[in-house]
Design a protein. Structure first.
Length: 183
């Protein structure tokens, strides 16, 4: 497969360097986007099954960084780092992800959030610097299964958020506590 650049000359194929994972999530796009962009949410669902996440620093803005550690179920810690390259709420996030800000093997990801009524289709398009790095991510780190599990965790977390939202006429816990204290 060859694509053509704007100058008419052949551009190198990227299919052998990419992974694309998508999922439809039963929640509005704004909520799914928020769950992906607020550290208080990310720490609750980020990563494959059995992993937990500890954030060292987080600044969600273009040029901002997320410095974190993923803790594997076997006790292995994985140093991670993301910088946000483009943010278009609630439609798109472009990021660079590696072990540190100077990681030569860092990969690019573009996440799109497509509204489908009360559902959201999220697409994670990841591009690695080389085919070999992509293949290593797939075989050694199970990137495809891990990405699918991560989006499944996001879907479950957002479902929990929507179940716990009060209905328009239902009082919030703060209102219940405040009203109870006033009685």
């Amino acid at each position: 497969m060859t694509t053509t650049s704007s100058g008419g000359e052949p551009a190198p194929a990227i299919a052998d360097r990419e992974i694309v994972i998508s999922r439809v999530i039963g929640a509005p796009r704004e909520l799914v986007f928020e769950a992906f962009t607020r550290v208080r949410h990310l720490s609750r669902w980020w990563g494959p099954e059995g992993f937990t996440t500890s954030t060292r620093s987080f600044e969600f803005r273009v040029g901002g960084e997320w410095d974190f550690v993923m803790h594997g179920p076997d006790g292995t810690d994985y140093q991670e780092w993301i910088t946000w390259r483009e943010i278009v709420p609630p439609e798109r996030i472009e990021l660079l992800h590696g072990e540190s800000h100077d990681d030569p093997n860092a990969f690019e990801s573009v996440l799109t959030f497509e509204s489908a009524g009360e559902q959201t289709r999220i697409v994670m398009h990841t591009l690695f610097p080389t085919r070999e790095l992509r293949d290593e991510a797939v075989t050694k780190y199970h990137a495809i299964e891990g990405g699918e599990q991560t989006l499944r965790n996001l879907a479950a977390y957002v479902a929990e958020l929507t179940r716990n939202e009060p209905t328009p006429n239902e009082p919030t816990q703060d209102e219940i506590t405040r009203n109870g204290a006033e009685s």
